[in-house]
Design a protein around this ligand. Structure first.
Ligand SMILES: [Zn+2]
Length: 996
C-alpha cells in the first residue's frame, strides 16, 4: 500500500465517458473485477471540476444515485468494449483461447450466488437480506483482487403467474415480464452489483430449450421415465404434486388443499439412482462447516437410508383368496419375538382385494381421508390370521407361536417399506399406542430389556424402544444383544426364504409432471405405434403456444390439453399420427440447473460449454433460506452429479473430481416485522390504530393503552410488512444495508426495527465529518507508508518532546486499532455468518480515531482510508464518496484502483512497533486497591527517584488529581500522600502501595 497524499490535486469527480479498451480485457465478460492498470487511464479521463465538501451535507439517498450512475457508465463502457472483443474473438476462435485452461490470468475466481427470486413483482425484506449478504460478500472479494461472478436471474415459471393470469385475464408471460422489470429496478436501487449481462429467466425459450435437452439426456439414460402411479392431486390448483410438496397433514404446500390420491401416468426422474452418492457426499459438505449441519441433517433424513430386514409372515386365510405371506420391512428384527399383530396400509394389495367383498372394510376406508395422521383407528380383518415365522422353530416360546390378528391401520404408510408393519407393542411407541387402543386388556410382551438382569426394564405402561438384551420371552436367544440377535434371527430364517437383510430408502423418484400451462413443456411425442418418442434435439425448444383466448376467458385447467393444433403432430420416428405430451415440468427442474447456465448464458448450442463449466463451477458461496434445505438443494445436487460426473454424458463430462454444485451454503435467517397488538383483545393493530408520537411508548389510538410489541413473521394479516424500497429511498441503500447486517448474525432471525437505522446513519455521518475534516489539512509526504513512519519514529522515542510523544501515542493507538480491525473484519467477511460484527468493529474504530484527535494527519488519513475501504462492501456508494475525497485522483474503489491488484486493507506487520507507551498502575492504601490509572511507561529510574516520578504521574491523571491532591475548597484529599509512613513500589511501577 503506498498512499502518498498530494494536497489538492484537484478534487474531481470521475467522469467516465469512454474507457480505453484495455480496461475491459476481462477473461470473463461481464465479470465485476478489479482492474489492474486503470489508474493512469482514468487519470486522463477525469475532468477537473472543483467542488468544496466542507459545506456539503451528507445526503445518503443522493449518493446512491450519483454512484450508481458512475458505476453504470463504467459498466456500459466495459460491456461495449467487451462485446467488441467478443466479436473480434469469435472470428479468431477467441472463446476457447480466453476461457480455456490455457488462460494466463491467475486471479482467483469466486462464484457467489444468492438463490434466484420468483418474480412476484415486489422485493420484500427477506429478499433484501439475502441479496445484501450476497452483494456484500461479492464486493469484498472484488476488493481482494478476485474475479467475481455475481449473476441474477428469475425463477419465472410456476403456478402463481398462471393463477394471476387467469384472475387478471392476461398472458402469464406478460405478467411475469412486468414483474421482472419492477424487481430488477428494486435490485439496482439496493446498490447491488449484479452482472445483468448474464441475466436469465427460466420461462425464456432460450433457457427452457436447454431444460428440455437436459430432460432428453436424462431420458436417453433411463433416468426420465413414465409410470402409472398413485399421485398426490391438488384439487384446488388442479395439478399433481411431488411427495415433497405435501405437508405432514396431507395438504398441498402451495394451495393448502387436502391432497387427493389418484392413479395417473406421470413422468419421473430417477433420482433414486443417485441416492448413494447423494448420501455419501454429504460428508464432503460437512467438512469445515461448509454446509449448515441442520441442512445436512434434513437431507440425510429425506434420503432416509435404513438397514433392516424384510420378513415374511405366512397367512392363514379362511375362505379368502389372499397372498400366502405378508412381507414387512423392519429396522428392528431383534424384536421379532415380540410381534403381537400385523397392520396393513389402506393401499396394500390385500386390502384393495378384500375391500371389494367386504362392505365394512370399504366403509372404513372411506372414512380415512378425513382422519388426522396420528389416528389410532384400525379395522380387524375377519377370517385372516398371520403367523410369526419363528413359530416354525420348536424352541420358540408358546406366546410367539400364537397366530396374529391382521389390521388395516392408517398409521401405516403405503409408500414406505412394504405398506405393512409388524406390530411390536412392547418396543415401539406407535405400535404400543395402537395395541392399547384395540387390546387394552391383553398384556404387552416385553422381549428386550436394558440389561441382562432385567432390573431396569421399562415401566409396564411404556414401550422400551432402546436397544438392549433379549429376555426369556425370546426363548433360546435370551441374553443376546439386540444387534447380535437381530442378525442371527435373519440368518436363521433366510434359508427358508422367510427373511432377508435389506436396505430401505425414504427417497422416492422425483415426479415432475404438472398438468399446468406455465412451465417447460415436456419434449415428448406420443405415437400409437412407437410409444413415447423424444422430440428431435434440432426441433427444440418445444415452445409454449399462445393461448390468449384462454386467459381472456379466465378459464381454469391446462389449455394445452385442448389446443388441438398444438397437440396433434406427426411421430418423429415413423411419421404417423401422434400427440404432444401436454404436461409441463415441475419448476424445480428449472432451478435444478440454472446456476450452471449462468456460467455460459448465451450459448445457444448446449446448456453450457464444458470448458466454461470447468473454470467457473462449482458455485463457491450459495446463499438462501432454510426452506430450500431439501427439495431444491437435493434436486440441484442430483442434476449436477448427472451432468458433471456421469460417464455416459461425456459431452458434459467435465471432471470426475466435481461432485457437488455448491462448495459452501450459507443459510440466512428470516426477517420478522415489528408487530403491534391490542393488549385487551390480542388483535393485531393497523398502522393508523397505533399512536407512535412517542416511539418508545406506542399506544392504542382508541384506548390510549400501551400496545403490545412483538416481532413476527411478516404477513398482511399482522400489518407488519415493510416496503424495502420506500425505506431505501428515505435512508439510502447503504444505511439500509448496514442496518440490516448490523442487527443480527446472518443465520439468525432478524427483528426488523426501522427506527434503529439512526445508529448507522449517525455513524456514517461521523465518518463523513472526519473525512471532510482531513481533506484540507496538509499531509506530510516524508514516509511512504505508516509502517515506515512507525519504524523510523520508534527508534528515536527517547529524543521526542512531550508533544511529539503525545502524537506518537495517538498515532500508535489508532494504528493498533486499524490492524486489529483489519484482522477481525476480514475474518468476518470470509466467514459470512458474522457480517453483523463488521459494522460494530468499524464503529469502534471510528471512535478510536475520534478519541485520538491528537494524532498526525498522516495516520488519521491512512486510518480513514482503511476504514472506508473496509466499509466499502457494505456501504459502497458512501465509501466511494469518501474515497473520492481522500483520493481525489483514484476514482472508484470497485472499478479503478491503485496499480496494485487488491484494495482491501491488509495488516502491515507494524503491530510489534505499536506497543503502548502507557502502562496501568494500581494504587493501594494499606494493601487494599483504591483505583487504577494509566500512566506513561516509567523511564529508567530506580528507588526514590522512580517513586517520586510515579507519584507525579499518578497525580497528573484525572483520578489521581481528585484523590491525591488537596481539593480547592481546602478539604483533605482522600489519600494523603504526605502522611504515608511508607510508599512501596512493586513491579517497576505497576503497583504503588501507600502505608498510612
Ligand atoms: Zn411412431
Amino acid at each position: 500500500m503506498s498512499l502518498i497524499y498530494g494536497r489538492s490535486i484537484g478534487r474531481s469527480w470521475p467522469r467516465v465517458g469512454s474507457i480505453h479498451p484495455a480496461f475491459s480485457s476481462s477473461r470473463y465478460p461481464g465479470f465485476l473485477r478489479p482492474c489492474h492498470h486503470l489508474d493512469f487511464q482514468l487519470r486522463g479521463l477525469a475532468a477537473p471540476a472543483h467542488r468544496g465538501y466542507a459545506e456539503s451535507k451528507l445526503d445518503l439517498p443522493s449518493l446512491d444515485k450519483k454512484w450508481r450512475k458512475t458505476w453504470d457508465s463504467i459498466r456500459d463502457s466495459t460491456t461495449r468494449s467487451e462485446a467488441g472483443a467478443r466479436l473480434e474473438g469469435a472470428r479468431n476462435g477467441w472463446s476457447d483461447a480466453q476461457i480455456g485452461p490455457g488462460s494466463t490470468t491467475d486471479a482467483e475466481k469466486k462464484y457467489i450466488l444468492p438463490m434466484f427470486p420468483y418474480p412476484s413483482g415486489t422485493l420484500h425484506l427477506g429478499h433484501l437480506r439475502v441479496y445484501t449478504i450476497a452483494d456484500v460478500v461479492a464486493r469484498y472479494h472484488v476488493l481482494n483482487g478476485r474475479e467475481v461472478l455475481l449473476p441474477m436471474g428469475w425463477d419465472a415459471f410456476g403456478l402463481p403467474a398462471e393463477n394471476a393470469a387467469i384472475e387478471r385475464g392476461i398472458n402469464p408471460a406478460t405478467w411475469t415480464k412486468t414483474n421482472i422489470s419492477k424487481m430488477k429496478e428494486q435490485l439496482d436501487v439496493m446498490n447491488g452489483s449484479w452482472d445483468w449481462s448474464r441475466e436469465l429467466a427460466t420461462c425464456d425459450p432460450a433457457f427452457y430449450k436447454h431444460t428440455q435437452s437436459i430432460f432428453l439426456r436424462l431420458h436417453e439414460n433411463g433416468l426420465a421415465y413414465q409410470d402409472e402411479a398413485e399421485v398426490n392431486y391438488d384439487p384446488i390448483d388442479k395439478t399433481v404434486l411431488a411427495n415433497e410438496q405435501v405437508d405432514a397433514n396431507g395438504c398441498s404446500w402451495r394451495s393448502g388443499a387436502k391432497v387427493e390420491k389418484r392413479k395417473l401416468k406421470q413422468w419421473f426422474l430417477r433420482i433414486s439412482k443417485y441416492r448413494d452418492s447423494l448420501l455419501q457426499d454429504l460428508g464432503i459438505l460437512a467438512k469445515d462447516g461448509a454446509w449448515p449441519e441442520r441442512v445436512l441433517a434434513m437431507q440425510k433424513n429425506w434420503l432416509g437410508k435404513s438397514v433392516g430386514a424384510s420378513i415374511k409372515f405366512p397367512v392363514l386365510a379362511f375362505n379368502q383368496d389372499v397372498h400366502v405371506a405378508i412381507e414387512v420391512f423392519t429396522s428392528r428384527p431383534d424384536t421379532l419375538f415380540g410381534v403381537q399383530y400385523l397392520a396393513l396400509a389402506s393401499t396394500h394389495p390385500i386390502v384393495t382385494k378384500l375391500a371389494k367383498k367386504d362392505p365394512g372394510l370399504q366403509a372404513f376406508l372411506d372414512t380415512l381421508p378425513g382422519l388426522p395422521p396420528d389416528s389410532k383407528v384400525g379395522y380387524l380383518l375377519p377370517h385372516i390370521r398371520a403367523v410369526n415365522p419363528l413359530a416354525y422353530h420348536e424352541e420358540t416360546p408358546e406366546a410367539t407361536k400364537k397366530s396374529l390378528p391382521v389390521y388395516v391401520a392408517p398409521y401405516v404408510l403405503g409408500d414406505y417399506g412394504e405398506g405393512a408393519v409388524m406390530g411390536v407393542p412392547g418396543h415401539d411407541i406407535r405400535d404400543h399406542a395402537f395395541w392399547k387402543t384395540h387390546h387394552y386388556d391383553e398384556p404387552v410382551r416385553l422381549v428386550l430389556a436394558a440389561s441382562e438382569d432385567e432390573s431396569t426394564t421399562a415401566l409396564p405402561n411404556e414401550p422400551f424402544v432402546e436397544h438392549g438384551v433379549l429376555t426369556k420371552q425370546s426363548g433360546f436367544y435370551e441374553g443376546k444383544s439386540s444387534q447380535e440377535a437381530g442378525q442371527m434371527l435373519v440368518s436363521l430364517l433366510e434359508p427358508a426364504d422367510l427373511a432377508k437383510p435389506v436396505e430401505k430408502w425414504r427417497l422416492r423418484d422425483w415426479l415432475i409432471s404438472r398438468q399446468r400451462y406455465w412451465g417447460t413443456p415436456i419434449p415428448i411425442i406420443h405415437c400409437e405405434s412407437c410409444g413415447a418418442v423424444p422430440v428431435p434435439e434440432e426441433e427444440l425448444p418445444v415452445a409454449l403456444p399462445d393461448v390468449e383466448a384462454h386467459w381472456a376467458g379466465g378459464k381454469n385447467g391446462n389449455p394445452l390439453e385442448t389446443l388441438t393444433e398444438w397437440v396433434e403432430t406427426t411421430c418423429p420416428k415413423c411419421g404417423g399420427h401422434a400427440k404432444r405430451d401436454t404436461d409441463t415440468m415441475d419448476t424445480f427442474v428449472d432451478s435444478s440447473w440454472y446456476f450452471m447456465r449462468f456460467v455460459d448464458p448465451h450459448n445457444s448450442e448446449v446448456p453450457f460449454s464444458p470448458e466454461t463449466a470447468k473454470s467457473l463451477l462449482p458455485v463457491d458461496i450459495y446463499i438462501g433460506g432454510i426452506e430450500h434445505a431439501i427439495l431444491h438443494l437435493l434436486y440441484a445436487r442430483f442434476i449436477y452429479k448427472f451432468l458433471m460426473a456421469s460417464s455416459t454424458t461425456q459431452e458434459y463430462g467435465v471432471s470426475n473430481e466435481i461432485y457437488e454444485p455448491f462448495k459452501r451454503l450459507v443459510s440466512q435467517g428470516m426477517v420478522h416485522g415489528k408487530t403491534y397488538s391490542d393488549p385487551s383483545t390480542g388483535r393485531f393493530l393497523k398502522p393508523d390504530e397505533v399512536d407512535l408520537s412517542d416511539p418508545s411508548n406506542p399506544k392504542v389510538v382508541a384506548t390510549g393503552e400501551p400496545t403490545l410489541v412483538s416481532f413476527e413473521k411478516m404477513s398482511k394479516s399482522k400489518y407488519n410488512g415493510v416496503d424495502p424500497t420506500g425505506f431505501i429511498s428515505q435512508y439510502g441503500a447503504d444505511a439500509t444495508r448496514a442496518h440490516m447486517l448490523f442487527q443480527a448474525p446472518v443465520s439468525e432471525i432478524l427483528d426488523w426495527d426501522g427506527g434503529k437505522v439512526i445508529g448507522v446513519t449517525r455513524w456514517l455521518g461521523r465518518v463523513y465529518d472526519l473525512v471532510v475534516k482531513t481533506q484540507d489539512t496538509p499531509v506530510s509526504t516524508e514516509f511512504p507508508t505508516p509502517k515506515t513512519y512507525f519504524e523510523h519514529t520508534s527508534k528515536k522515542l527517547d529524543s521526542l518532546g512531550p508533544e511529539e510523544l503525545a502524537r506518537w501515542d495517538a498515532d500508535s493507538a489508532i494504528w493498533r486499532d486499524v490492524q486489529k480491525t483489519i484482522l477481525s473484519v476480514s475474518a468476518s467477511y470470509d466467514k459470512v455468518y458474522t457480517l453483523n460484527t463488521i459494522v460494530s468493529d468499524l464503529m469502534s474504530l471510528t471512535n478510536t480515531i475520534i478519541a485520538n484527535d491528537g494524532a498526525s494527519t498522516f495516520i488519521q488519513r491512512e486510518a480513514l482510508s482503511a476504514l472506508v475501504r473496509m466499509a466499502a462492501p457494505i456501504t459502497p456508494a458512501f465509501a466511494e464518496e469518501c474515497w473520492s475525497i481522500l483520493q481525489p485522483d483514484a476514482h472508484s474503489i470497485f472499478f479503478c484502483q491503485q496499480p496494485l491488484s487488491a484494495l482491501f486493507p491488509v495488516i502491515d506487520g507494524s503491530l510489534s512497533l505499536l506497543q503502548s507507551r502507557k502502562q496501568r498502575c494500581a494504587i493501594q492504601v494499606n494493601g487494599r486497591l483504591r483505583f487504577v490509572v494509566e500512566i506513561p511507561q516509567p523511564p529508567a529510574l530506580e528507588g526514590d527517584e522512580l517513586r517520586d516520578w510515579l507519584i507525579d504521574e499518578i497525580k497528573k491523571t484525572d483520578e489521581g488529581k481528585t484523590k491525591m491532591s488537596p481539593t480547592t475548597d481546602g478539604s483533605p484529599a482522600s489519600i494523603d500522600v504526605a502522611s504515608a509512613k511508607k510508599i512501596v513500589v512493586v513491579k517497576a511501577g505497576k503497583l504503588v502501595n501507600f502505608v498510612i
